[in-house]
Design a protein. Structure first.
Lengths: 117, 115
């Protein structure tokens, strides 16, 4: 079945640094990728939608200069959390959708636990 | 706007007992509905989906759900709980007629299975 790989799975860094998270579709071409944020004991909140080769569409309230998304190829999207602060600590999950995926809307990565000290 | 409500943030059952996780949606047209499972520190795995075909949908791991338009519900059931079913479950919706819209998730229900 379709597989989405997310890396790293866990990252701890100091406040003020930038962190890049990668999301790769391993066996299909992902025309659209989604980035979600999940706080402890809460649901997934969509941050942005990115289509290959075009700018990401951000949800209301999400700072696009804070969360930089690049979807330069059909198999890779990256989320960069710039100048991260403790309030950015969260679980970030990507998902991908490609052509020929039928009615399954998205395939999810295993998430990245981001902890900012 | 599409929304989905899961009744009960925590459900606890005994091993072998019936599992019932509730989900209600609000939509002016029949949406596509999904149930996902999430294990700790992992992403989401699709359990089953309703896309306007059969109203009773069977999924993986013995789960099934029934779409009831009159009740705007899509409850998830499993006849006999197993310890490995302990996880968090999310109901999700996409506006009707397409699988290419945005997924909107419910608040999630944590299922605990005790011996």
């Amino acid at each position: 079945g379709a597989v989405v790989s997310q890396h790293p799975s866990w990252v701890i860094c100091k406040s003020g640094t930038s962190v890049k998270i990668e999301c790769r579709s391993l066996d299909f071409q992902a025309t659209t990728m989604f980035w979600y944020r999940q706080f402890p004991k809460q649901s997934l909140m969509l941050m942005a939608t990115s289509n290959e080769g075009s700018k990401a569409t951000y949800e209301q309230g999400v700072e696009k200069d804070k969360f930089l998304i690049n979807h330069a190829s059909l198999t890779l999207s990256t989320l960069t959390v710039t100048s991260a602060h403790p309030e950015d600590s969260s679980f970030y999950i990507c998902s991908a959708r490609g052509l020929g995926q039928g009615s399954q809307p998205q395939h999810f990565g295993d998430g990245t636990r981001l902890s900012i000290l | 706007a599409q929304s989905v409500t899961q009744l009960g943030s925590h459900v606890s059952v005994s091993e072998g007992a019936l599992v019932l996780l509730r989900c209600n949606y609000s939509s002016s047209v029949p949406p596509y509905l999904f149930w996902y499972v999430q294990y700790p520190n992992q992403g989401l795995q699709l359990l089953l989906k309703y896309t306007s075909a059969a109203t009773l949908v069977k999924g993986i791991n013995g789960f099934e759900a029934e779409f009831k338009k009159s009740e705007t519900s899509f409850h998830l059931t499993k006849p006999s709980a197993h310890m490995s079913d302990a996880a968090e479950y999310f109901c999700a919706v996409i506006p009707g007629g397409t699988s290419y819209g945005k997924l909107t998730f419910g608040q999630g229900t944590i299922l605990t299975v005790h011996p």
